[in-house]
Design a protein around this ligand. Structure first.
Ligand code: SME
Length: 160
């Protein structure tokens, strides 16, 4: 497997994702354990973009339970239909929140989070987990993040 993630800091956001994805492919190659892969994906995304928080919640027993992540300690359990993650699971769609203070019911695990994106991870048509990413910048996430983070999630959907 690859030993470290290397992204040229001069690259644009889109170029950074393009440079990251083959490195993630190499990182995941040959490893079938889901927790190991999600832990390394979190670390790689953090290394590439220095997000405030990046990680996974598993959809289990009617709630969302914290999985591998990088960043400040976070809420262990989230209710379906509540907050950004719980809403993304319910509607089965990616949600971009430009300003978390304007999202009704946003769950603030860290007061530093200003914007957020949540991408559902599917298996057999059901949402099995979500990728949640928080930024300290207002309005950080856009369609570039949505597109490439969805591609990244696709890398592990076959392994979930
Ligand atoms: N903000 C999320 C909760 C999880 S933390 O951001 C890590 C939400 O509203 O669902």
């Amino acid at each position: 497997m690859t030993e470290e993630i290397s992204i040229d800091p001069k690259l644009s956001k889109e170029e950074s994702y393009k440079s990251l994805i083959p490195q993630l492919d190499a990182l995941l190659a040959g490893e079938t354990d889901l927790i190991a892969n999600l832990a390394n994906l979190s670390a790689a995304l953090m290394a590439a973009f220095n997000f405030l928080w990046v990680g996974f919640y598993f959809h289990k027993h009617g709630e969302l339970i914290l999985g591998p992540f990088q960043g400040p300690v976070a809420c262990n359990r989230l209710h379906l239909g509540k907050g950004v993650c719980g809403t993304a699971v319910l509607i089965k769609k990616t949600i971009i929140v430009p300003d978390v203070n304007l999202f009704d019911g946003h769950i603030a695990c860290s007061s530093l989070a200003k914007s957020e994106i949540v991408i559902p991870i599917f298996s057999n048509g059901e949402v099995r987990a979500v990728l949640d990413v928080d930024s300290e910048q207002l309005d950080y996430f856009d369609d570039v993040d949505k597109s490439y983070l969805s591609d990244i999630v696709n890398l592990i959907e076959s392994k979930i």
